[in-house]
Unconditional design. Structure first.
Length: 76
């Protein structure tokens, strides 16, 4: 649904979610881990500012198609 969080990319060791911009980091990680567990003993954690894997991008990127949503990368 257009008002719900969703996965926009799923890799082996990283994933991207599109979530309401008001969600806290804890809510993002809890939702991702409960809906899309890693399948191993690791959990999804938000890729924080300063990570070389963000390649200079923001930690929270406004979604271009859903007003009030942001894209966030997570790693396990």
């Amino acid at each position: 649904m257009k008002d719900e969080a969703e996965i926009t990319y799923m890799g082996l060791l990283d994933t991207q979610v599109c979530v309401p911009e008001g969600w806290t980091d804890e809510e993002v990680e809890e939702w991702t881990n409960s809906h899309y567990p890693t399948g191993c003993n690791m959990i999804w954690k938000i890729r924080k500012t300063g990570s070389p894997f963000l390649c200079g991008s923001l930690e929270r990127v406004p979604c271009s198609s859903r007003k009030g949503f942001v894209h966030i990368m997570l790693d396990c």
